[in-house]
Design a protein around this ligand. Sequence first.
Ligand SMILES: Nc1ncnc2c1ncn2[C@@H]1O[C@H](COP(=O)(O)OP(=O)(O)OP(=O)(O)O)[C@@H](O)[C@H]1O
Length: 252
Amino acid sequence: MDHVIEIKKLSKQFGKTTALKEVEFSVHKGEVVGLLGANGAGKSTLLQILVGLIPPTSGEVKILGKDVQKDPLFVKKHVGLLFGSDTGLYHRLTAYENIAYFAEFYGVTKEVYEKRIKEWAEVLQLTPHLHKQASELSKGNHQKVTILRTLIHDPDIILLDEPTTGLDIAASLSFQDMLKEIKFRGKTIIFSTHIMEEVEALCSQVVILQKGAVSYQGTLTELYNKMQTKNLTAIMRKVIGGTQNESDLVNF
Ligand SMILES: Nc1ncnc2c1ncn2[C@@H]1O[C@H](COP(=O)(O)OP(=O)(O)OP(=O)(O)O)[C@@H](O)[C@H]1O
């Protein structure tokens, strides 16, 4: 299949607030897409619609060819979602128990999840911490547990909403290595972030949202060429700060 995510004319209203306006873009398998935009641009709303947590007002989202609204169980099986600030771990359970609990919720057998936890814990350098209570974990390791939990049902598509919120530099860099490894294993990733170094280090594609509408989708190289600079922070400052004419980016 060509595109694993297809979004067509997707709009979302919250009362009088237009959170998303006719958003359209597609993502190929194995891409890492950076979802960028100012506070309130619509990034979290878009990710929540992609995983079926909230319904769109109009438009269509297909995951691996299936309509998210019509086939929620299919989406649950194939998509993992992680919200940065709300890790939702049970503090009294160990890291391992937290992941196992989630795995069982997803119907993953013990035999399978034991193997996956072992393998991913090695990749994420989490093995020595697996049997510590969640409350004893550092922020970085806490986040690794939530990532491992997101991967436990082996989703093809992983959506991460500001996943490095609250992490220090070392933990953020370790997170970047983790994403590279996840990408290497053929997963498709969309993650929202305000940290441009992460985008430069990881993303093959970027989507920029401005007031709920897509103002750019494409490769970083194309964006650099278009904006005549390789400084992504400066590009975003222009776009978000409004000194860039929106029409310069729209329909790129
Ligand atoms: N449940 C809701 N009810 C009402 N308005 C909402 C709701 N969720 C989001 N909004 C509004 O929709 C718009 C888009 O919000 P969203 O959280 O998607 O933006 P964002 O790009 O993720 O922002 P941030 O970078 O601050 O996380 C904002 O104006 C927000 O106030």
